[in-house]
Design a protein around this ligand. Structure first.
Ligand SMILES: *[C@@H]1O[C@H](CO)[C@@H](O)[C@H](O)[C@H]1NC(C)=O
Ligand SMILES: *[C@@H]1O[C@H](CO)[C@@H](O)[C@H](O)[C@H]1NC(C)=O
Ligand SMILES: *[C@@H]1O[C@H](CO)[C@@H](O)[C@H](O)[C@H]1NC(C)=O
Ligand SMILES: *[C@@H]1O[C@H](CO)[C@@H](O)[C@H](O)[C@H]1NC(C)=O
Length: 361
């Protein structure tokens, strides 16, 4: 376990060097991982989101209720490190939702969010959200930033992070659906996309995924019965402008959480996690996402559904694609911040994705 302090709480923490000067990450040299479905043994992990660091070949899990980050070696099937944050980890007001490896700097972006907007029916905006840039090589926080200073309690539910080649970090909030952009030095953050009306009772954007300068984002449209939309944004633009990605056929996508572009398909295949339903698969053969083919739904494993599991994200580990599953309603163990679960399955859906791609040719 590594205990880290955010710099505005402990002013003396050393700042690591300029991340933007590191250049582009080396190509993926992680050995292929072909172990099929696996089970992560970790008390109270409750992962909401995960990402695979193709530089270190390690998996990062955002542990939702503990508000920690678990660094896991899938090849050895063991936890390498748990990152805990002073004043955040194991406090009920905080969650760790989004966690993402930045392929341009090899840093990890970690989103600490207030639990309140997610747990109140009208998505009350209360509590603070923080973005942490963590350097896995030095095992240090590079910078951290208080997101509430820009959102001023008007909008919130921060739950996903993305990056561009110019060193920016993007933060997605769900209520009512906002994108903030952080400068590479972590010294400033400002809105990059805000909807026309700021109404925090509306559930809007749920997740995003980037390939080069194309950013895709999902909009759940306040749980509309007719389904939600996928938008395309241009990361090279000074302000985010959403453009709807039309789908053929127009099968409705009914629930959204994280969305993901598995690296093995070079930005042409989008996986959409739909909690109880499974994973919807979209394709843009030219990777431009001006339009998408809806290839089908990979239903959740029945044993997970029966056990109350929900698919919150997908992640590729060196060639194999997995669903990340969460249990939202396990009773909290008294005196802790999470339920009592110790085993968290990652279900291998690689072959199912391939089948849909082959059938659509
Ligand atoms: C969560 O916190 C508990 C203590 O309540 C600890 O035993 C466990 O290892 C932690 N798990 C994670 C994934 O942080
Ligand atoms: C992966 O599969 C290989 C071959 O069956 C096995 O030796 C290894 O222990 C497995 N690793 C994990 C992490 O399950
Ligand atoms: C973060 O910013 C908010 C809004 O300015 C403020 O109320 C809160 O105290 C700040 N948190 C810390 C740890 O400084
Ligand atoms: C969004 O959904 C919530 C909860 O169902 C509802 O209370 C709210 O009025 C809706 N807002 C709009 C603008 O439709």
């Amino acid at each position: 376990m590594l205990l880290l302090y955010l710099c505005f709480w402990i002013a003396a923490i050393a700042l690591a060097g300029d991340a933007a000067g590191r250049g582009i990450a080396p190509p993926n040299e992680c050995p292929p991982f072909r172990n099929g479905s696996i089970v992560i043994e970790s008390y109270q992990l409750y992962p909401e989101n995960a990402d695979f660091d193709l530089n270190e070949c390690l998996l990062y899990f955002g542990s939702l209720f503990n508000a920690s980050v678990v660094v896991y070696d899938p090849y050895k099937a063991e936890t390498v490190l748990t990152l805990e944050f002073g004043g955040i980890t194991r406090t009920r007001p905080f969650h760790v939702g989004g966690v993402a490896w930045d392929p341009y700097t090899n840093l990890i972006s970690i989103l600490v969010d207030s639990a309140t907007p997610h747990e109140t029916p009208d998505h009350q905006i209360a509590g603070d959200d923080y973005l942490i840039r963590y350097d896995p090589a030095k095992r240090e926080i590079v910078w951290s930033l208080n997101i509430t200073e820009v959102t001023r309690g008007e909008y919130g539910g921060q739950q996903d992070v993305e990056h561009d080649a110019r060193g920016h970090v993007y933060v997605l909030g769900s209520y009512p659906g906002t994108i903030l952009r952080v400068e590479p030095d972590g010294k400033s953050i400002k809105p990059w996309y805000l909807p026309p009306e700021i109404d925090h009772t509306v559930y809007g954007l749920t997740g995003f995924a980037a390939a080069g300068d194309i950013l895709l984002a999902s909009d759940i449209k306040n749980n509309s019965a007719s389904g939600g939309s996928i938008y395309r944004f241009d990361l090279a633009a000074e302000e985010g402008v959403p453009v709807v990605v039309p789908r053929t056929p127009e099968d409705p996508i009914l629930s959204f959480d994280a969305i993901y572009l598995p690296p093995k398909y070079g930005g042409t295949v989008l996986l959409i996690s739909e909690h109880e339903r499974g994973v919807s698969v979209l394709r843009s053969a030219d990777g431009r996402w001006e339009a998408a083919e809806y290839l089908g739904l990979i239903p959740n494993d029945l044993s997970l559904v029966d056990d109350g599991g929900a698919n919150t994200a997908t992640v590729e580990i060196a060639g194999s694609i997995y669903t990340v599953n969460e249990w939202f309603s396990d009773p909290i163990v008294p005196g802790t911040s999470a339920g009592s679960r110790t085993k968290f399955p990652l279900v291998d859906i690689s072959a199912r994705v391939e089948e849909l791609l082959v059938a659509a040719k």
